[in-house]
Design a protein around this ligand. Structure first.
Ligand code: ATP
Ligand code: MG
Length: 325
């Protein structure tokens, strides 16, 4: 499948009054048409920063220090406002964790979808209405015209999330970036939304960048997964391969800490310690203090670049697991 998004060496920092947080330290990532790529990692590892950087939606104190984001022939880090506005929503759409903050509370659902459509294409009001109802129907929302006339507060969290997906997909974008789209939902609704994303991919061939801190979600829906730690990708692999054979000690620790449905009595092994302060990264591996496999090189050098360990797996570690296995 063709590449639809290529991120190269992306570095981002946030400046506070007295410090600089290096939120991304050189991220390389490729998304293919029709691929569901999961991004997983603990809180603060830079997942949302990565999502926002793609669409140049960083807050005012955030800055792209280096790297490129290639999409449909353009480098989005150097694109003008007009290009970005035509990409956002139309070619690359975002779904957030909290649908309430993604929806406008004072406009009906129908109006919001219609406005989204009419921002990007010139169609009549009635045609926009028809497309909006079609989008709601495609999301399996019962009685689309009732939903269209409702305000966000009149709908449940799960319905709001479906509406968000309807808005995100109405322009048939090439990519959907979903940042923790199911974290605020109960388990049943979570499963329904994930199924919806999977169906969409199958129906339309769009690519999905799915951000989550939940390995269970990844196992359920993603084809491939990139594991982030301290602003970098430490491992990237096909999901099956990653679960069978995590190569980075951080991935292995995440796996060990994961609750398992098939083994509910199993004790969880919380990862001891905490991620490092991103304003104080020094010349040693960022995972060193939490790693059981550290060797002397890890104490004197930042971790190595991602290296391929198989057709479907890359790891950035001086002493990865399962070597030679
Ligand atoms: P979570 O799972 O909690 O959503 P995340 O992986 O999405 O976390 P980011 O939100 O990208 O992580 O944050 C990466 C780092 O950048 C963290 O150290 C965070 O504190 C810092 N950060 C994020 N936004 C800002 C900001 N506006 N100003 C300063 N620092 C920020
Ligand atoms: Mg986040």
């Amino acid at each position: 499948m063709a590449d639809v998004l290529r991120i190269e060496g992306l570095s981002v920092s946030y400046r506070d009054r007295e410090r600089t947080v290096r939120a991304l330290g050189g991220v390389d990532l490729t998304l293919r048409a029709g691929q569901i790529l999961g991004i997983v990692g603990e809180s603060g590892c830079g997942k949302s920063t990565l999502a926002h950087s793609v669409l140049q939606l960083l807050p005012a104190n955030g800055r792209i220090e280096g790297g490129r984001v290639f999409f449909e022939g353009a480098d989005l880090t150097r694109s003008d406002g007009e290009t970005l506005r035509s990409v956002r929503g139309r070619r690359i759409a975002m779904i957030f964790q909290d649908p309430v903050s993604g929806l406008n509370p004072v406009l009906t659902i129908g109006r919001q979808i219609e406005e989204m459509i009419r921002t990007h294409v010139s169609v009549s009001k009635s045609e926009a209405r028809r497309l909006a109802l079609e989008a709601l129907h495609a999301q399996g929302l019962p009685d689309p015209s009732r939903v269209a006339d409702a305000y966000p507060y009149q709908l449940s969290g799960g319905m709001c999330q479906r509406v968000m997906i309807a808005i995100a997909t109405v322009m048939q974008p090439a990519i959907i970036i979903a940042d923790e789209p199911t974290s605020a939902l109960d388990v049943t609704m979570q499963a329904a939304i994930l199924q919806e994303l999977r169906d969409l991919r199958t129906r339309t061939g769009m690519a999905v960048l799915l951000i989550t801190h939940d390995l269970g979600v990844i196992a359920n829906i993603a084809d491939d997964v990139a594991v982030m730690y301290a602003g970098r990708i430490v491992e990237e692999a096909n999901v099956r391969e990653l679960f069978a054979r995590p190569r980075h000690p951080y991935t292995a620790a995440l796996m060990a800490a994961r609750p398992r449905l098939d083994d509910p009595g199993r004790k969880l092994a919380p990862i001891h310690g905490a991620p490092p302060d991103l304003s104080e990264l020094t010349g040693k591996c960022a995972f060193l203090d939490r790693c059981a496999k550290a060797v002397s090189q890890c104490r004197t050098e930042l971790w190595p670049d991602l290296e391929r360990t198989s057709d479907n797996q890359r790891v950035a570690c001086f002493n990865p697991m399962y070597v030679g296995a």
